[in-house]
Design a protein around this ligand. Structure first.
Ligand code: SF4
Ligand code: SF4
Length: 435
């Protein structure tokens, strides 16, 4: 097998027609063509570092998260009604048309072409699973397929049980049951997790919170569902079992980090080099193994930037985002009354209960924290240049850079003059938002 460096999230190989054809018959050669690009990215150019494992402290006391404890599940158990979208033709961003746009955006997510979070079996076209010429080719073919089906980003990592739910909640008509992961997916021993991400629309998110920003998030979930169903079928045709999951089965953020798609930020979300946090993530587990040919985690200074930038914490209407300067490993004692927080990883821990309460009160989902982030920018060259310079700049200057972002008209979600903002800064209380 020819060894070349793994591609990263921001310099994937640009395969021309000839390389694509070569990929079909001799993928190793095609990847060798792309190797100079990937090697350059992974050598740490532009301040980027490549890591062999997830680049955050994981405490020995860390435990796999139980899906039973997500805020959505615990609210459901408490009988708290789910967020009910509202419309009000007199309110920008909440007209009936925008409400309809949001509802229609859920379509594929709510009605997927195949069942999610279960194991799908090989199609049986070949008597035994298809063997790629080598892991390099398999890696490239899987990425090409995910791109083909619409992924903005794709990373491939080894399955890591730390990031799988300890227990999976299965909803059936009239009730639910909670099963250990291994019992919920019997006879399934995945080796690989393919992580895909979908870019949300910049302009739509700038209208957060509203049915417009909600629509782009829901459209992303429908888009991810499309990718997952098709990737699962692709793997099944190849002769491998696969289990697709948008938010189910495991934690998306650590898997995305392990797959080299970015870092964890102050909001606890994935921060990608190109898209910032303006992404939704999903994954497919499969039994196909890629030897050691997996993507690797990268860091490019996000935690250091977040220590000095508080935009998301300052702009969050519910106070869910931490104002702590440094990320922390909470002990179980600290969070024993907050089962939705999973301690044991050094990061900023989002108060998901406050966030979800706000969604329910305001009648729409919210993405204000994402919209305000300085890394959330359209793909103009000068934004990318500043992102790259960031990694070389000492910490305190990051605060100045974050302030400059506001001076240039970005990220202030409460600016009454900003045309894209449909938020009433005087009506920040939840009641004031009800239609
Ligand atoms: S989605 Fe809205 S309420 Fe939730 S953390 Fe982000 S800004 Fe705060
Ligand atoms: S808004 Fe600032 S603090 Fe929040 S995630 Fe983005 S860079 Fe980090």
């Amino acid at each position: 097998m020819v060894q070349v460096d793994r591609e990263s999230q921001f310099d994937e190989p640009k395969l021309d027609r000839r390389s694509l054809l070569k990929l079909g018959v001799a993928g190793t050669a095609a990847l060798a063509t792309a190797a100079p690009l990937t090697a350059k990215a992974n050598e740490g150019g532009f301040g980027t570092k490549v890591h062999s494992d997830i680049p955050y402290d994981v405490s020995p006391e860390y435990k796999r998260f139980n899906q039973y404890n997500t805020v959505f599940n615990s609210d459901r158990r408490k009988g708290i009604p789910a967020m009910s979208p509202i419309f009000d033709d007199s309110r920008p961003g909440f007209s009936f048309s925008e409400f309809a746009l949001s509802m229609a955006s859920t379509n594929l997510w709510m009605n997927p072409g195949m069942e999610m979070e279960v194991v799908h079996q090989p199609r049986g076209v070949l008597p035994t699973p298809y063997q790629f010429p080598d892991a390099t080719t398999a890696h490239a073919q899987l990425k090409r397929a995910a791109r083909h089906f619409g992924a903005s980003l794709v990373g491939i990592t080894r399955r890591d049980e730390r990031w799988d739910y300890s227990d999976v909640v299965i909803y059936e008509s009239g009730g639910h049951e909670t099963l250990p992961w291994e019992k919920a997916l019997p006879d399934f021993n995945p080796k690989t997790v393919i992580v895909v991400a979908w870019e949300m629309d910049y302009e739509a998110l700038a209208a957060s919170p509203s049915q417009i920003s909600d629509a782009t998030a829901l459209n992303a979930y429908s888009g991810l569902t499309y990718i997952l169903t098709h990737m699962t079928d692709y793997l099944n045709y190849l002769g491998y079992k696969a289990a697709p999951a948008v938010n189910g089965l495991g934690l998306n953020v650590p898997y995305a980090i392990a797959a080299g798609l970015g870092e964890v930020n102050r909001m606890g979300m994935l921060q990608n080099y190109k898209y910032g946090p303006r992404l939704r993530i999903a994954k497919i587990y499969t039994e196909l193994e890629l030897d050691e040919y997996y993507d690797k985690p990268v860091t490019f200074g996000i935690q250091r930037f977040c220590e000095n930038c508080m935009h998301c914490a300052n702009q969050c209407p519910s106070g869910a985002v931490s104002h702590d300067i440094k990320p922390a490993i909470y002990t179980a004692e600290d969070v024993k009354d907050k089962p939705y927080i999973n301690p044991g990883i050094r990061k900023w821990h989002l108060n998901g209960q406050k966030c979800h309460d706000y969604w329910i009160e305001s009648g729409t989902t919210c993405a204000t924290c994402i919209a305000t982030c300085p890394y959330n920018k359209p793909d103009f060259w000068h934004h990318r240049l500043i992102d790259r310079i960031n990694t070389y700049i000492p910490g305190p200057l990051h605060k100045f850079m974050a302030e400059m972002d506001l001076w240039h008209g970005y990220g202030n979600m409460f600016d009454e003059k900003a045309p894209a903002v449909f938020w009433d800064p005087k009506g920040r209380s939840y009641d004031g938002l009800k239609g």
